[in-house]
Design a protein around this ligand. Structure first.
Ligand code: SF4
Ligand code: SF4
Length: 80
């Protein structure tokens, strides 16, 4: 299981979630349009959810229907 960053992160990218992640699995460069969670490293702690000012982060079982493709988008970022 993992958590997933969805569309609201795009352009916001304030990295509040990065600071609270205990396993440092939230990545993204200045050139990326959003940040991404590495599903292979995420320990499902949920700490990032409350840190996000725009409610962009969801447990993969609770990703809103309009953003379901973001589960794959997050995983694909780490399979480049
Ligand atoms: S759920 Fe926890 S481990 Fe996973 S990305 Fe969020 S803060 Fe990091
Ligand atoms: S806290 Fe939310 S908006 Fe900020 S970088 Fe993380 S997912 Fe994106």
């Amino acid at each position: 299981m993992t958590y997933v960053i969805c569309e609201p992160c795009i352009t916001v990218k304030d990295k509040s979630c990065v600071d609270v992640c205990p396993v440092d699995c939230i990545k993204g460069t200045d050139d990326d349009k959003m940040l991404y969670i590495d599903p292979a490293t995420c320990i499902d702690c949920g700490a990032c959810v409350a840190a996000c000012p725009v409610n962009a982060i969801y447990n993969e079982t609770e990703v809103p229907e309009q953003w379901t493709e973001y589960t794959k988008i997050n995983a694909d970022y780490f399979n480049k």
